[in-house]
Design a protein around this ligand. Structure first.
Ligand SMILES: [Zn+2]
Ligand SMILES: [Zn+2]
Length: 153
């Protein structure tokens, strides 16, 4: 469970890395995080509270929604949170929940191997990122066929 040291009257940097499982005592297998989660930043004394500011970097593997290939990506997210001094015990701040939320929220809502992934050919199933398969994919829904002659520019 990650803790950072408080900085009474000043600023104190922190940096650590470990697997998500080690940091949070949880198995994130479904979310496919792998390798080390890297965290670095600083704690500063802001009078009534301590401010924990920093960046979290992690990696995950996922299946692309469009072309179904296995892909990996690096995620990073910046965080800043205030901790009321009355809640801080023994000069150490528990940042487990903060970092866990950051890590989970850093995942994009769409799983794409790249922003312009061309996906699979609906006719033959070929991965169109590897080049065109030559299929005729201009199948027009009969409902919209009448609109075909309109120019939408
Ligand atoms: Zn893809
Ligand atoms: Zn095809």
């Amino acid at each position: 469970m990650p803790h950072v040291q408080t900085a009474r009257g000043g600023v104190l940097p922190f940096e650590f890395s470990a697997t998500a499982e080690k940091l949070f005592g949880e198995d994130f297998a479904d979310d496919e995080f792998f390798g080390d989660v890297k965290v670095f930043g600083e704690v500063s004394d802001a009078g009534k509270c301590f401010v924990v500011r920093g960046r979290l970097e992690c990696q995950r593997t996922f299946t692309c929604d469009r072309c179904l290939t296995q892909s990996t990506e690096k995620l990073s997210s910046d965080f800043a949170e205030e901790f009321d001094k009355s809640t801080v015990l023994d000069d150490s701040i528990d940042v487990t929940e903060l970092l866990r939320d950051e890590m989970l929220l850093s995942r994009p809502t769409k799983n794409l191997c790249k922003a312009d992934c061309k996906g699979l050919c609906p006719v033959c199933g070929a991965n169109l990122n590897d080049g065109d398969c030559g299929c005729d994919r201009t199948v027009i829904n009969p409902k919209f066929a009448a609109l075909k002659d309109f120019n939408f520019d």
